[in-house]
Design a protein around this ligand. Structure first.
Ligand SMILES: NC(=O)c1ccc[n+]([C@@H]2O[C@H](COP(=O)([O-])OP(=O)(O)OC[C@H]3O[C@@H](n4cnc5c(N)ncnc54)[C@H](OP(=O)(O)O)[C@@H]3O)[C@@H](O)[C@H]2O)c1
Length: 274
């Protein structure tokens, strides 16, 4: 009976490979999956980050690689002990840089294209055999900015690299559905992270977290996709923050309704005087 219990808990423990776990949305996703006992493989940008991740997630496997450098990424993957069976590959790492096309430097273009598009392509190829064995999920953190043409000026390379990886995801879905591998692209709107602080700086706006989604909110939506049964798939998922005034309004309506309900329940029935 004890052995059966142990076997059952081993079967339900999921295995996930995550990029971007050191910060923002990726850190929130990793923390939630780690807290429930799932097994994590985390890709760290460098040795310093690897040490930080190891301290936060002591039971996780840490792989060091710079996603901006396709050659060293390939070498790191070749030299790594990768999971033989993988339930989820979560591509969450990303970079954004700004500037008009006329001013863009080659290094800015290379970094964004490599981190946001080329690296997810290379990692996916390396892990597909393990994903097929588990009828697993490949999830790409894209951006709601790629869905509206109005959000592209000044961030052309970011939007182009995210659009490219979206097409890659769509092709991957067609190729892999017969192997049971599911592919999801998540399009978050503005989220309270280090990346969004850089966006506000570029836009010369005062940073206001109340206008944004929390990284935990986006992480919970990602966990919903991760936890779908293997006979179900979500192709695309868009998550957007509610405008702060409406959220405030709905909160105050809720507070008013709660106050009204409390005042009703606190009225005692009149006692009968006999
Ligand atoms: N925040 C938003 O409003 C928002 C909106 C839409 C979409 N997204 C997307 O959501 C994802 C997560 O964004 P976030 O806001 O959570 O960003 P974040 O807080 O800036 O985190 C980015 C992550 O990517 C990793 N990374 C960047 N360059 C790397 C490299 N060369 N090699 C290895 N790792 C690298 C970072 O690690 P290091 O810190 O070690 O470099 C970090 O863990 C991104 O794909 C982003 O495009 C974000």
């Amino acid at each position: 009976m004890g052995d059966l219990g142990a076997e059952t808990s081993r079967q339900t423990k999921q295995r996930h490979f995550i990029t971007g776990a050191s910060s923002g949305i990726g850190a929130a996703v990793a923390a939630m999956l780690y807290a429930r006992g799932d097994q994590l493989w985390l890709l760290a940008h460098g040795n310093q980050r690897a040490h930080e991740l190891w301290k936060r997630f002591p039971n996780a496997e840490i792989l060091v690689a710079d996603l901006a450098n396709p050659f060293t990424l390939e070498m790191a993957l070749l030299g790594a002990v990768l999971p033989p069976l993988l339930n989820c590959l979560l591509h969450i790492a990303g970079v954004i840089d700004f500037g008009s096309v006329v001013d863009l430097r080659a290094g800015q273009i290379r970094e964004q294209v490599n981190v946001n598009m080329v690296a997810p392509m290379i990692i996916t190829g390396a892990l597909l055999p393990a994903l097929r064995r588990a009828r697993g999920l490949v999830l790409f953190a894209n951006s709601a900015a790629t869905l509206s043409a109005g959000a592209a000026a000044g961030r052309s390379t970011y939007v182009a690299s995210k659009s490219g990886v979206r097409s890659f995801a769509d092709a991957l879905r067609q190729e892999e559905s017969s192997h049971g591998v599911r592919v999801t692209t998540v399009f978050p709107g503005r989220t309270d992270t280090a990346m969004q602080q850089r966006v506000y700086e570029y836009e010369k706006k005062v940073y206001d977290a109340a206008e944004l989604m929390g990284p935990d909110t986006v992480a919970r939506s990602i966990l919903h996709v991760v936890d779908l049964p293997i006979d179900t798939t979500i192709h695309d998922l868009t998550i957007r923050p509610m405008p702060p005034d409406k959220a405030g309004e709905s909160r105050s309506v809720t507070r008013l309704m709660e106050a009204a309900r409390d005042s009703i329940t606190s009225i005692s029935p009149p006692s009968r005087v006999s």
